[in-house]
Design a protein around this ligand. Structure first.
Ligand code: ADP
Length: 352
């Protein structure tokens, strides 16, 4: 199977005077499922389109298997892209849609037929070859778009928000199918999404983008557990951030003084202490001594089924504490006096 590596070296792109991609440096391994994650306007689609050849960077290099393809036109790159709106031809059948790219390449008719059959099999739509896109559900149309792109056997597969047009239930289903298919084909795949859950559940690694700059690249757990800055910490999940002051071996904040978290090195000066809501314990009285306990008052309670999200005020900080819900547990009401227990092992320091 096609397994290409892809590398962006110091790529920058501006529209007029507006920089949209700034010094993008990325290496995507052969067979990797890689997500570009960021809010709307962060430059994800611009980067994807640049890889496909529809946008041209002003500086830097774009390498596939070590060769700079910056000057190669899109149709000669052998990179397949599935567009957000699928871009299927409504007047053509499913089979004709999938055959389109192959016929453009002037392949013999029997080869086209065989490749179309194989691509439709792969996405589970072999019986639908004679239908028109308008007679298919959103999820099926998406699979046709995928089959059309896979039929040309690209070296790299690009997916631009491929699931965003589907309703929530179908989206969850399709995302698991997509992962299974990608693993089966082990084709190098780059996936654009603004949805952190989608990126975390599908990708081997993620690049978080903000304002045209890659903030951090890593496996989902690495981004979640060790965000390098406030943007990543807040974009990848929900987090508590408490301003603090680090000095030799400890960090002081309005929650008190605790030992420096592992991996903080010899950091000193102003920092943000970061910890996830589910790592915070809530109790009527201070509990287990392995935690650092602080008196607090419940300000809000949100019942989310699997857990209860509390907002509590501890001195001058507002914290979020997610507590598991048990059958019949009344929990704490707003106004309740409680104690929050912070687990020192679950703290991270990020730059203030
Ligand atoms: P994302 O995919 O992360 O939502 P885009 O890559 O679409 O972001 O856009 C990044 C920025 O580039 C946005 O500020 C957008 O307005 C700008 N932009 C995108 N395309 C063009 C264009 N053709 N001309 C000028 N500005 C553009």
């Amino acid at each position: 199977m096609n397994q290409a590596s892809l590398e962006c070296r110091h790529i920058s792109l501006s529209y007029g005077a507006t920089p949209v991609l700034r010094d993008i440096d990325l290496k995507i391994e052969p067979g990797e499922f890689f997500a570009l994650l960021g809010p709307s306007g962060s430059g994800k689609s611009t980067l994807l389109r640049l890889i496909a050849g529809f946008n041209q960077h002003q500086s830097g290099e774009l390498l596939v298997d070590g060769q700079d393809i910056s000057a190669v036109p899109p149709h000669l790159r052998n990179i397949g892209m599935v567009f957000q709106n699928y871009a299927l031809w409504p007047h053509m059948t499913v089979g004709e849609n999938v055959a389109f790219g192959l016929e453009e390449r002037r392949l013999p008719r029997a080869t086209v037929r065989e490749k179309v059959g194989r691509a439709l099999d792969l996405v589970g739509l072999a019986e639908y070859a004679g239908r028109r896109p308008g007679q298919l559900s959103g999820g099926q149309q998406q699979r046709v778009a995928l089959a059309r792109t896979l039929a040309i056997e690209p070296r790299v597969l690009l997916l631009d928000e491929p699931l965003s047009n589907l309703d929530a239930k179908l989206r969850h289903h399709m995302r698991r199918e997509l992962v299974a298919m990608q693993k089966q084909l082990s084709i190098t795949t780059i996936f654009v999404t603004h949805d952190q859950e989608e990126a975390m559940t599908t990708a081997d690694r993620i690049a978080v983008m903000h304002q045209g700059v890659i903030q951090q690249v890593g496996a989902p757990t690495a981004l979640y557990d060790d965000p390098v800055n406030r943007f990543v910490a807040e974009f990848v999940g929900t987090i508590n951030l408490v301003p603090g002051e680090a000095s030799a071996g400890t960090v002081a904040s309005s929650l008190g003084t605790v030992g420096l978290p592992a991996g903080s090195g010899s950091r000193t000066g102003r920092v943000e202490i970061a910890f996830r809501p589910h790592s915070v314990a809530l109790s009527a009285a201070p509990g287990n001594a392995s935690r650092h306990w602080v008196a607090a008052t419940v300000s809000e309670r949100e019942f989310l089924g699997e857990f209860v999200r509390y907002r509590v005020r501890a001195g001058d900080v507002e914290l979020i504490a997610d507590q598991p819900h048990a059958l019949g547990d009344p929990g704490f009401a707003p106004g309740a006096r409680v104690h929050v227990g912070v687990d020192p092992g679950q703290l991270r320091l990020i730059p203030a």
